[in-house]
Write a protein that binds this ligand. Sequence first.
Ligand SMILES: NC(=O)c1ccc[n+]([C@@H]2O[C@H](COP(=O)([O-])OP(=O)(O)OC[C@H]3O[C@@H](n4cnc5c(N)ncnc54)[C@H](OP(=O)(O)O)[C@@H]3O)[C@@H](O)[C@H]2O)c1
Length: 289
Amino acid sequence: MSDADQRTVLVTGATGNIGRHIVATLAAAGHPVRAASRHRPTDPAAATSHVPFDWHDPATHQPAVDGVHAVYLMPPPASADPVGQVGAFLDLAQDAGVRRIVLLSSSAVRTGDPGPGQLHATIADRLPQWTVLRPSWFMHNFVGAHPHAHSILRDGEIVTATGDGRVGFIDAADIAAVAVRALTDPTPHNAEHLLTGPQTHSYADVAAMISEVSGRPVRHRTVDADTMRHRLADLGIPHGFAALLAGMDAAIAAGSEDRTTSTVADVTGRAPTSLRDFCTAHAAHWRPI
Ligand SMILES: NC(=O)c1ccc[n+]([C@@H]2O[C@H](COP(=O)([O-])OP(=O)(O)OC[C@H]3O[C@@H](n4cnc5c(N)ncnc54)[C@H](OP(=O)(O)O)[C@@H]3O)[C@@H](O)[C@H]2O)c1
């Protein structure tokens, strides 16, 4: 039986917050999976299924998609205009027989918006089986490699241009659980999924919760969108993408993310993780030494 017959799933961003959960879930279920990333995953199950994949090295694309049925597609990171790169990849993928794409987008990106928003229609127009995941902001931004995680540990603060705006923060594992269903359900979803956690919180709420569970004093410092844009650019984020992110903060301040949906529970059959449970589970990460 060929790979395609076995419905192999290619997972891009396989070492990332969401991708590693997707690979682990598929591998544990015995589903054929290919873990695509530049670096080799450390998890043994993912390492054995690893294929080198770099958005900026087209020579890695064909071997990754050969014999694949479905792709979890994380667009090129930090790109404000990913349509060209993703379009060329889709040409290869469709020629190789890929039938289903599950695209990672964002709750802040609407179909038809410039840049990443153009990908929604591209996927829906070109693939017979498609899903667009539009998650809210990740709880994992407060741990790991994200600028918020660094500033919590270094300065005891989270800096945003979100004011008192509220966000339906979501656990990456819940996004991955929806992605696995979209990749493997016999009936394709052919839908956009707007994904949030169970409640909305302001960044001041997040800072207070981290302080409470860890004992490390953390505050939220709000700045204007232009200051935020410069701050992100100074951290090495490309200028176009820094402007996009600062604009999203301004939209949050105006209330754009003050909403929750039941989609995680509707698709997976279980309630999404709350921010409090996430913070409690990660308290050791922030605890002062
Ligand atoms: N953070 C948020 O709150 C939020 C909210 C909504 C949507 N999003 C979206 O989520 C995505 C980030 O997801 P995530 O947190 O899972 O990412 P992540 O944890 O930062 O992981 C990034 C993944 O991409 C891979 N990667 C990096 N550069 C690459 C390249 N040039 N070619 C191929 N692979 C590359 C990395 O592996 P290697 O380094 O090994 O290649 C890694 O597996 C972005 O598309 C963002 O727009 C984020």
